[in-house]
Design a protein around this ligand. Structure first.
Ligand code: HEM
Length: 203
């Protein structure tokens, strides 16, 4: 009787993974079929960046949902987190290959023209240790420090949002919408922390 349950669990995990990778599959298809013309690199930068931001919002949403009894999303936080890192790393790779061609001189020119790139890079640097330590063995080895390290998701999200806001220039509507979502999700955590701090300890 155990087998169908295990098979269902495996199927759900495969389905979740397929959902995480679907945007990448769609972007690859659109690239191959010319649907991203006339500026495929720009469209891919936008696509990978957008999906990374959406992923961050979904990860932050998992805890409040779990607290209201809906734990399904919570179980897939690691998978979603690794997917976010995949999309941001593709975003960084595209930038390095297409925008600056791995050349220091071009990179310095781009940084001068687009200083918001540095903010995005800082966010990527914060997400990297989270991806590297997302496995059970690292979690066991780091113990309590694992939780502390994984709080980097909060400054990383703020930097990622600031990167979007800065590059949006005159059209800040989308950045403000993401800002409202992140503010609500981070505000929920802050309120929970403050409420916990107010409860007197019983020792
Ligand atoms: C967590 C990290 C990051 C997130 C969530 C993110 C998100 C985004 C988003 C959503 C856009 C598209 C905005 C739009 O035009 O609608 C974008 C554009 C851009 N990002 Fe990032 N980004 C991140 C990190 C980086 C890094 C590491 C780099 C390069 C080192 C970078 C370089 C750029 C550039 C150059 C653009 C403008 C592309 C263009 O319009 O030509 N980003 N980013």
């Amino acid at each position: 009787m155990q087998k169908p349950i295990a098979a269902t669990g495996w199927l759900v995990t495969a389905g979740a993974l397929a959902l995480c990778l679907a945007p990448l599959g769609l972007m690859t298809y659109q690239l191959m079929s010319g649907h991203l013309d006339p500026d495929p690199a720009k469209r891919l930068m936008q696509g990978t960046g957008e999906w990374a931001l959406r992923g961050l919002a979904i990860i932050l949403l998992a805890t409040p949902l779990a607290q209201h009894g809906w734990r399904s999303l919570f179980q897939y936080r690691r998978m979603i987190g690794l997917t976010v890192f995949l999309y941001v790393s593709l975003h960084l790779l595209l930038f390095s290959q297409v925008y600056v061609g791995w050349e220091l001189e071009l990179l310095l020119e781009e940084l001068n023209e687009r200083p918001y790139v540095l903010v995005g890079f800082a966010a990527w640097c914060m997400l990297m240790p989270l991806a590297m330590t997302s496995f059970n063995s690292a979690r066991r080895r780091l113990g309590r420090r694992w939780r502390q390290l994984h709080r980097l998701i909060y400054p990383a999200t703020i930097l990622a949002w600031f990167h979007l806001f800065w590059l949006s220039r005159s059209d800040v509507g989308e950045a403000l919408a993401y800002g409202a979502v992140f503010l609500a999700l981070l505000g929920w955590r802050l309120r929970r922390r403050l409420a916990r701090a107010r409860v007197p300890r019983r020792d």
